[in-house]
Write a protein that binds this ligand. Structure first.
Ligand code: R5P
Length: 286
């Protein structure tokens, strides 16, 4: 297998290629002055199986993998396995108002046209890992929560897991089972894309090391508002981890609010300390 990546997941793809003991494919990916994307495959792929690794947090990231997969096919690749560690546009998996575009379906259908298999990690609209079929598209949803809990556990002497909202309750329950501790959840109301409010609720966290896990941290509003409530009940520490750290407002805003915050490297950032390379390599070996 030859491991290719788009421009957003080069370090992760390199790590995966080392684990698989497979060569990393060479590409030339750049932008024209008008913003259009140019992709060229520079490695011979005729008759070869290829993996394409790229998180897609922007529309340009999608264009890169669409061009890359089609170029690999044109160059004679036999099998193309797409691994999108963070797969964007998965927030809209339902039509709430008549006429809305179902972005999750459109993206998956488009990728399915070009890839022989599709995998992602903690897809936003799913609560559990495994093979999934969504609007007739098969894909694999991998779960990074056990890897996150293993990384966090050494700093949690007296742990308790708190879900910042009901949406992350499944993750909190799974983490509490791994840590052998209690879990609870807060109630969040989303006011707008940037603003949330979290209801005050008495929590049994006094002198405990709180672990909060979410699939995505976007603006950071959810974690900050939840931490303010948790802090009232005097925990020993507040530790936060997420799978996909978008950190749209940066990471400085968490200083003094939480004691520790990390993410996986599905999206690379200064705090993406937890590697998902092993999870991806194991999936590609299948
Ligand atoms: C919500 O459904 C997600 O699990 C996260 O809680 C949400 O994406 C976090 O967004 P933000 O960081 O902007 O509050």
């Amino acid at each position: 297998m030859i491991v290719f990546s788009g421009t957003k997941s080069t370090a992760l793809a390199w790590e995966v290629s080392k684990q698989l003991k497979c060569p990393a494919g060479k590409t030339d990916i750049r932008k024209f002055p008008d913003g259009e994307i140019y992709v060229r495959v520079e490695t011979e792929v005729a008759g070869k199986e290829c993996a394409v690794i790229q998180s897609t947090r922007s529309s340009d990231d999608f264009m890169e993998i669409i061009f890359l997969m089609d170029a690999l096919r044109d160059a004679g690749a036999t099998q193309i396995h797409l691994m999108a560690p963070y797969l964007g546009y998965m927030r809209q998996d339902k039509v709430f108002k008549e006429g809305e575009a179902l972005s999750a379906k459109t993206i998956l259908k488009t990728l399915h046209e070009l890839a022989d298999s599709i995998s992602t990690i903690n897809c936003h609209f799913l609560n559990s890992g495994g093979e999934t079929v969504f609007n007739s598209v098969n894909f694999m949803n991998l779960d990074a929560i056990p890897t996150i809990v293993d990384y966090m556990r050494k700093d949690l002497k007296n742990p308790v897991v708190i879900a910042p909202d009901k949406g992350s309750l499944t993750y909190a329950k799974a983490a509490s089972e791994m840590l052998g501790c209690q879990f609870n959840h807060l109630e969040k109301t989303r006011i707008s894309g940037e603003e949330v409010s979290v209801e005050d609720k008495k929590l049994n966290v006094n002198k405990k090391d709180v672990l909060m896990i979410d699939d995505i941290i976007s603006t950071g509003g959810t974690i900050i508002e939840a931490s303010k409530i948790i802090r009232k009940y005097r925990p020993a520490s507040i530790n936060v981890a997420c799978v996909h750290g978008l950190f749209l407002s940066g990471v400085k805003q968490f200083q003094g609010v939480v004691d520790r915050i990390v993410s996986t490297n599905t999206i690379e950032s200064p705090i993406s300390k937890i590697s998902v390379a092993r999870i991806i390599a194991d999936d590609l070996r299948r």
